[in-house]
Ligand binder design. Structure first.
Ligand code: GLC
Length: 421
C-alpha cells in the first residue's frame, strides 16, 4: 500500500514537473472597446486551463491609429516581450515582415474561415494573421422615437439629415435639451477615413483609391457627400463629434442623447445590454446611401498575428488557433456581438437566438467595402491620413468638398509617385 502511494506520488510529481517545464508565459496586445477585454480574458482563462500556459493582456489605447504607432515601434525594436498582436484588418501589407507565416500552421482549419478575411491578411502568399472577427458598421437608431414622431427609417443621407433634425428639435422642445440627431466618428483618425469612405462610396463617388490603385476621389459625388456631412456639425451632430471615436459616439447614443449613431457591431451588445437605458427602443439597419447607389459599410475587424520576435512561436500559434476556434468565436459573437470569421458560426442556432444581429449582418459583411490597404501597399497609413485630414477639414468648415477632393487627389498622387510601393 505504502509503496503504491509512493509510486502514485512519484508519478504525479513527474507529471507536474513535465507540465511545469512546458508551461509558458505568453502575452497578447489588444486594443479593446466595449466588452472586448472581458471576453478575451474569459477565453484566455479557458486556454490557460487547457494548456497550462499563462497569458497576459497588454492593453492598448482605443483608437487603432494610436495602436499602430506603438506597434510599429515595438516591431522595429524586435520586441520579444509580445507574442501575439491583435491587428487591424488594414495593416497586413505594412507590417508583414514582422510576423510568422501562419499558412502551414493553419492548413487543417483554414477552409472554414471567411475567404475575404483571409485575402485581407495575405501578403505575397504569406498569411500574416489569422482572422479573428469582422466588422461592418450599422446605423443604430431609436425606433421608439421614430415611432413616436411617425417617421420612417431613413434610407438616404438626406432623409437621415431631415429626420434627425425633426426628432431632435421635437425632443428638445419637449424638454430633452441634451438631444442630438446623429453621432459618428469625426475625429482625425482611421475611424473618420471609414466614415468618409462610406459617405463617398454610397453616393457614387467611388472608393477614393480603387482596388487597382487608381486615385478616383476627385469627383463631384465625393465632394457633395463631404459637403452634406459638413452641414451636420453643430446642426444634428455636436461640435464635439470632430473629436469623437467609437466609444464617444456610443456614450452619447447609449445615454439616450442621440437619435442615430453610426458604429461597429460591438456596440450592439452594449446598447442592447441589461444596463442600457435605451435597450428596448434601439434597432439597427444598414447605413443610408444617396438613394441611387448601394449603401456602403466599410470592412473592419481584427486579426491575430504571431510576432517573429516571440520566444515561443509554437505556443503563440497554439493560442491564436484557440482564440479563433469555434467555441471562442461563438462566445465572442454572443457576448460582444463581434461577427465571426468562421463561417459556420453564422449558422449557429444559439448565436442566432441570442444575437439576431449576427446572422442578419452576414450579407452586409460579405458586401462590405474594402479600404485601399492592399493597392496602396506600405503607404496605406499615409494615404488614410490624407483621407481623414481632407474629410476633417471639410467637416470643420476650413474648405469645401470640391477643393478638398482636388487637394486630396493631388496629395495621394504625390504619395503614389510612379506607383504604390
Ligand atoms: C474598428 C475596425 C477597424 C477600423 C477602426 C477605425 O476598430 O475594426 O478595422 O480601422 O474601427 O476606427
Amino acid at each position: 500500500m505504502r509503496n503504491k502511494t509512493i509510486l502514485a506520488l512519484g508519478l504525479l510529481s513527474t507529471m507536474l514537473m513535465a507540465q511545469g517545464a512546458l508551461a509558458t508565459d505568453l502575452s497578447i496586445v489588444h486594443g479593446a472597446v466595449g466588452r472586448d477585454h472581458d471576453v478575451l480574458r474569459a477565453a484566455l482563462d479557458r486556454y490557460e486551463v487547457e494548456s497550462g500556459n499563462k497569458v497576459t493582456i497588454v492593453s492598448m489605447p482605443e483608437r487603432t491609429t494610436d495602436q499602430f504607432a506603438q506597434f510599429k515601434l515595438w516591431l522595429s525594436a524586435r520586441n520579444a516581450d509580445i507574442d501575439v498582436y491583435r491587428l487591424d484588418v488594414i495593416w497586413a501589407p505594412q507590417i508583414a515582415d514582422h510576423f510568422v507565416d501562419l499558412t502551414d500552421a493553419t492548413k487543417d482549419i483554414i477552409d472554414d474561415f471567411s475567404p475575404m478575411a483571409l485575402q485581407s491578411q495575405k501578403v505575397d502568399g504569406k498569411l500574416v494573421a489569422l482572422p479573428m472577427f469582422l466588422g461592418g458598421p450599422a446605423l443604430y437608431y431609436r425606433a421608439d422615437l421614430l415611432e413616436k414622431y411617425g417617421k420612417p427609417v431613413p434610407k438616404t443621407w438626406e432623409e437621415l439629415t431631415a429626420t434627425a433634425k425633426d426628432v431632435m428639435d421635437a425632443e428638445r422642445a419637449a424638454g430633452h435639451t441634451d438631444m442630438w440627431g446623429y453621432v459618428f466618428q469625426g475625429a482625425a483618425y482611421e475611424g473618420l477615413t471609414c466614415n468618409a469612405m462610406e459617405w463617398i462610396a454610397s453616393s457614387g463617388g467611388g472608393q477614393v483609391v480603387e482596388p487597382d490603385g487608381t486615385i478616383s476621389v476627385n469627383n463631384e459625388a465625393a465632394a457633395k457627400a463631404l459637403d452634406l456631412a459638413a452641414t451636420w456639425i453643430g446642426g444634428i451632430s455636436p461640435e464635439g463629434v470632430l473629436n469623437y471615436a467609437e466609444e464617444d459616439a456610443r456614450g452619447i447614443f447609449q445615454s439616450g442623447n442621440a437619435v442615430f449613431m453610426r458604429n461597429w457591431n460591438y456596440a450592439y451588445a452594449l446598447v442592447k445590454g441589461d444596463d442600457s437605458p435605451i435597450k428596448d427602443g434601439v434597432a439597427v439597419t444598414v447605413l443610408p446611401s444617396d438613394g441611387t447607389h448601394s449603401p456602403a459599410s466599410i470592412l473592419g475587424g481584427s486579426h491575430l498575428g504571431v510576432s517573429k520576435y516571440s520566444k515561443h512561436p509554437e505556443e503563440a500559434i497554439d493560442l491564436v488557433r484557440f482564440l479563433n476556434n469555434y467555441e471562442s468565436q461563438k462566445a465572442r459573437a454572443i457576448d460582444s456581438s463581434r461577427p465571426p470569421t468562421l463561417m459556420p458560426v453564422y449558422d449557429d442556432k444559439e448565436v442566432a437566438e441570442k444575437v439576431e444581429f449576427i446572422p442578419l449582418w452576414k450579407p452586409v459583411i460579405e458586401n462590405a467595402i474594402i479600404r485601399p490597404s492592399a493597392p496602396t501597399k506600405t503607404s496605406y497609413n499615409e494615404a488614410s491620413s490624407e483621407i481623414w485630414t481632407a474629410a476633417h477639414d471639410v467637416l470643420e468648415g476650413k474648405t469645401t468638398g470640391t477643393k478638398a477632393v482636388a487637394k486630396l487627389a493631388a496629395r495621394l498622387k504625390r504619395l503614389k509617385g510612379s506607383g504604390w510601393k
